[in-house]
Design a protein around this ligand. Structure first.
Ligand code: SF4
Ligand code: SF4
Length: 299
């Protein structure tokens, strides 16, 4: 079984062609700009959109653990005792509560994504595992990828790639057609500061993947004030000259859409006021990478 947040059908931005994207829950990095904060924790969680609450009290009655209660100040929520059973969300018809994450079996995922197999075949698409971080649940990922390949479906993984190559990445290689790997920052200290993780292992894993000739797309989410200068992008592009199996390099403009999710989890959002880069600015960064001879896309 695996813990997933969502299965999105007819997705066009997670690899070639028409795809279904399977979102895993849990991540080992803590990128400070993350636009999917609900995928950081590996456990199911209750998202709470207080502005939609009409104060009906149905969630209080439904909660078997007393984690929701009414007080003179309004509704209260006790995260420590919440088991993320979802009973409150089931009775909240205003949309103020949403359970994020639940267990899925491989067969359940297959039942969903195989419905679109003809579309994958006609468009050159397939199924992409994304997250969160797929490699946090390597056994489930491996079973799912293998089952997809055995049914003739093309597969891809979006990953931060900061995992041991032999133990975690190696077993997935036979079942993965395309790797989509992020390099967020090339400078090791800056990478540690902004994401909480080391990038030496990511770069070494990319070298090893390339040595095996495995197709890979490398992407950099461009974040205002973090890596939005040529000084950050050009060293990544220079490194990618070594990666012989690179399909292309992609710069992804900052996505501010996660703001309401931070609120729903009562999490601090350092990038609440940040906005995407102007088109001409991100194109200038792409041109700086193209000048090194790479094929570069802007997403
Ligand atoms: S069920 Fe929903 S709308 Fe009713 S009190 Fe609970 S959170 Fe508010
Ligand atoms: S998810 Fe379950 S335990 Fe948590 S507040 Fe809702 S009903 Fe209570």
């Amino acid at each position: 079984m695996g813990i997933l947040t969502n299965i999105q059908r007819f997705s066009l931005n997670d690899g070639p062609g028409i795809r279904s994207t399977v979102f895993f829950k849990g991540c080992n990095l803590r990128c400070r700009w993350c636009h999917n904060p609900e995928t950081l924790s590996a456990r199911p969680q209750l998202l709470r959109y207080g502005q939609k609450c009409i104060g009906c009290g149905a969630c209080v009655t439904a909660c078997p653990t007393g984690s929701r209660s009414l007080s003179p100040e309004g509704l209260r929520y006790e995260e420590k005792t919440c088991t993320a059973c979802g009973a409150c969300a089931d009775v909240c018809f205003s949309g103020a509560l949403e359970l994020c994450g639940r267990e899925y079996s491989v067969d359940e995922v297959l039942g969903e994504v195989l419905q679109d197999k003809p579309y994958y075949e006609h468009s050159g698409g397939g199924v992409t595992l994304s997250g969160g971080e797929v490699l946090m649940q390597p056994a489930f990922a491996c079973q799912l990828l293998r089952a997809l390949k055995e049914r003739g479906v093309s597969t891809a993984i979006e990953t931060n790639f900061s995992f041991p190559f032999e133990e975690v990445i190696g077993p997935l290689l036979p079942w993965t057609d395309l790797w989509m790997v992020d390099i967020k920052l090339f400078d090791a200290q800056a990478h540690k500061r902004w994401t909480g993780g080391d990038n030496a292992c990511i770069l070494e894993n990319l070298r090893r993947l390339a040595a095996l000739g495995k197709p890979v797309i490398v992407r950099t989410p461009v974040i205002p004030g973090v890596n939005d200068a040529e000084a950050e992008i050009v060293p990544i592009a220079a490194f990618l000259k070594e990666i012989g199996s690179l399909q292309y390099y992609e710069l992804l403009n900052f996505n501010p859409l996660g703001a309401s999710k931070y609120d729903s989890l009562e999490m601090n959002n350092d990038f609440r006021d940040a906005r995407p880069l102007p088109k001409e600015r991100i194109e200038a960064l792409a041109d700086a990478a193209r000048a090194l001879g790479l094929q570069v896309k802007v997403g």
